[in-house]
Design a protein around this ligand. Structure first.
Ligand code: B12
Ligand code: SF4
Ligand code: SF4
Length: 309
């Protein structure tokens, strides 16, 4: 019965466009990585990471009776389509993945309900160690850049998770294939990466997306170069993301950059106010940071902390 449930899940997930499905046991110990990361203050001002700790370490608090954690991968583009200055991380080029994937996860929830399961679904939004469970679920390994890497497919993918009360057959974890490579650590302009851990206090992705602080410290701002939203340097450096490894990836057109965003000059983006900003970015995850944060990022581009628009 549970084999049939897993088969149905894999079939439905593939039909919905997910590129990989894996299952891990819900109660497998997660080690001290997260606790250490928090103890060292590497979450910066993302205090919700601290708040989520008990639930992250005990999925029972998220879904009573949980037995399995399903992790799914969904590909996003490996190329950067922006034709003007002001680079945008690849994952954020198209529509907001939270919305796009939520509808698909709701469909999978229904499939599992048919087998008697109770589910909770997340993508990036819940108290679930998505990378840890992805590794346990055999989808890939956690690279020195901290990201889930898949042989033949690299790291340009979203992770989504489904906690379920069903005891599904589990997958076998994959070994780590980073070997002696340290390219991501060497490429990171702020030296945010150490032993597979990313220190948010130094990460350009944190400063351009998550930070709630009024400004970006000058030593970080000076290293932004042309990065207006997010950062892909530690992924660009990874040999597993070379184009030939990405050949079998199919990208949902909703995740491609619309021509308006690709061609709008930086100056015009910096001038978008209130309703104009909300309309321009209505489908995009960039809408979430608000115009003030985007303008702050843009002011700092080119390493000039005092540039005026
Ligand atoms: C907070 C967060 C951030 C923060 C902190 C980054 C960080 N490395 O933690 C900031 C804002 C900086 C960030 C940036 C980015 N993020 Co982010 N982020 C998250 C979030 C919400 C939580 C991550 C977290 O828990 N970090 C704390 C660390 C300690 O936990 P962890 O990384 O999960 O590590 C666990 C395992 O790695 C394990 N572990 C590690 N090694 C080993 C070895 C063994 C043997 C064992 C037992 C355990 C173990 O221990 C940890 C605890 O369980 C996740 C979504 C989620 N709910 O998981 C997305 C997520 C990790 N981010 C994602 C992405 C895409 C990015 C960016 C690439 C975005 C961008 N282009 O700008 C960058 C990449 C930066 C980087 N190199 O990590 C994707 C990653 C997809 C993938 N292929 O891996 C996720 C999964 C979102 C999603 N659902 O798609 N992010
Ligand atoms: S996202 Fe950029 S700043 Fe953050 S760890 Fe990777 S290379 Fe460094
Ligand atoms: S660049 Fe090298 S060390 Fe970093 S994640 Fe890729 S293979 Fe691993």
């Amino acid at each position: 019965m549970m084999h049939a449930a897993r088969q149905a899940l894999e079939y439905a997930a593939s039909a919905l466009g997910f590129s990989g499905t894996g299952v891990a046991a819900a109660h497998v110990p997660q080690g001290h990585y997260l606790q250490q990361w928090l103890d060292n203050g590497m979450h910066a001002d993302m205090e919700w990471m601290q708040r989520h700790l008990p639930a992250r370490l005990n999925p029972e608090l998220v879904l009573p009776g949980v037995r399995s954690i399903i992790i799914l991968t969904y590909e996003y583009a490996g190329t950067d389509s922006r034709q003007q200055s002001g680079r945008i991380a690849r994952y954020a080029q198209g529509e907001d993945y939270h919305k796009l994937l939520a509808a698909k996860l709701a469909d999978l929830d229904e499939t599992l309900q048919f087998y008697g399961g109770i589910q909770r679904c997340f993508t990036d939004s819940g108290p679930v160690s998505e990378r840890f469970f992805a590794m346990q679920a055999g989808l890939g390994w956690i690279g020195r850049n901290g990201l889930l890497i898949r042989p033949g497919k690299g790291s340009y993918c979203f992770l989504a998770s489904i906690l379920t009360t069903l005891e599904l057959p589990v997958s076998t974890p994959m070994r780590n294939y980073c070997g002696s490579c340290h390219r991501c650590e060497e490429a990171c302009p702020t030296q945010a990466l150490h032993n597979g851990c990313c220190d948010s206090r130094r990460c350009l992705s944190y400063w351009t997306i998550e930070s709630k602080q009024a400004d970006i410290p000058p030593d970080i701002a000076d290293l932004l170069q042309d990065r207006m939203y997010g950062c892909d340097i530690c992924q660009e450096a990874c040999p597993w993301n070379r184009i030939q490894h990405g050949r079998e990836r199919r990208i949902d057109p909703h995740l491609l950059m619309p021509a308006t965003l690709a061609h709008t000059p930086l100056q015009q983006l910096a001038e978008l106010q209130d309703e104009q900003f909300r309309l321009f970015f209505s489908q995009s995850p960039i809408r979430r940071i608000g115009e003030k944060h985007l303008q702050l990022n843009i002011r700092h581009l080119g390493g000039n902390s005092h540039k005026d628009f």
